[in-house]
Design a protein around this ligand. Structure first.
Ligand code: PBG
Length: 326
């Protein structure tokens, strides 16, 4: 009798799910939504099939659509009516995110998370204040400490509008501590921070930059986002954000960085989020369109893999489709 050890015994339909080690559930998922102040009708996002930018007047409807699939949390991104050198529409009381969040918080039961960044709001498209004038000079870099003031204001304005959680994504050193202090000072000690702690300078963000009109007008983001070559540095980023008070640590992108998700899971005791980014979504759709991949199956397998790697939460453009298929 050989072999004696037969893993196949536990793969029959009857027992498979009993011994399954990882579960995917709609309650783990966060759906990104795009609210656009420049339009009064929905605009399809070409590079992200199935996703649209919606006007502020339809933000509540858009979130209701998400909730109807069983997903309970949304991440709100805004496209402002105008941009300037310091991204002032990011922290305006009547800014696009502030208006949308006020409505969503008043009229829905969604858990509302906001992306705290400046790149969609600055005319140069960088995630903060740029040195000197915003002339087309690729050697210009983002001023770290001056940017912190704008992030503080942005996070507080989101909390005032009713955001349940804020998610700083600009990779500014000290952003979590600065935002924590500002929120606490304004009476928002109960609002958690999910930090985009380990955010790589990734080419997988391409479709998002179309969607949110947030591509840098010159240069790139390598001076502030992480080098894809680095793993040890990810732990350093995660440690700094945890020490500054991050309630959730995010790794971004997701699938190409599962080793980092695992490292952060093992190194820290706060929940870990993975961001299954726009390029990951676009790849599956493009291949499925050609009949080369099964979209539903690969979508589920992608998200399951992030959970297996150690993610507790997943931000994904697949949230609604996957939740509906569960
Ligand atoms: C910054 C931000 C970006 C994404 C989320 N927040 C863009 C960037 O850093 O270039 C990318 C998300 C995605 O690709 O899905 N506001």
């Amino acid at each position: 009798m050989f072999p004696t050890d037969r893993p196949r015994r536990l793969r029959t339909d009857g027992v498979r799910s009993l011994v399954s080690e990882t579960d995917l559930s709609a309650s783990d998922l966060i759906a990104p939504v795009f609210v656009d102040a420049t339009t009064d009708e929905r605009v399809a996002i070409e590079s992200m099939p199935g996703h649209e930018r919606v006007p502020v007047s339809e933000a509540v409807d858009r979130v209701e659509e998400v909730l109807a699939t069983g997903v309970e949390a949304v991440m709100v991104f805004g496209i402002p009516e105008s941009k300037d050198e310091v991204g002032s529409r990011a922290y305006a009381d009547d800014g696009v995110v502030q208006r949308a969040v006020r409505d969503i918080a008043a009229e829905t039961d969604a858990y509302v998370i906001t992306d705290v960044c400046l790149c969609e709001y600055t005319d140069h498209g960088h995630c903060g204040i740029v040195e000197g004038s915003a002339a087309e000079d690729p050697t210009l870099t983002v001023r770290n400490d001056e940017t912190l003031d704008l992030l503080r204001k942005t996070a507080v304005s989101h909390a005032e509008a009713g955001a349940d959680m804020v998610a700083p994504s600009s990779m500014t050193d000290g952003m979590v501590g600065a935002i924590r202090e500002a929120l606490d000072g304004e009476g928002f000690a109960e609002v958690p921070i999910m930090s985009y702690a380990v955010k790589y300078e990734s080419a997988f963000y391409g479709p998002f930059r179309d969607a949110a009109d947030g591509a840098p007008a010159f240069g790139d983001r390598r001076h502030y986002q992480m080098d894809p070559a680095n793993r040890r540095e990810a732990l350093r980023e995660a440690r700094l954000d945890a020490e500054e008070g991050a309630d959730v640590l995010m790794v971004k992108p997701g699938l190409p960085y599962l080793d980092i998700v695992r490292d952060v899971r093992e190194g820290f005791d706060v929940p870990v989020a993975a961001y299954n980014v726009s390029g990951e979504y676009a790849m599956l759709h493009a291949a499925a369109d050609r009949g080369w991949l099964d979209l539903e199956a690969t979508a589920r397998e992608s998200l399951l893999s992030m959970k297996r790697a150690g993610a507790d939460l997943i931000l994904t453009y697949l949230a609604e489709d996957v939740a509906e298929s569960l």
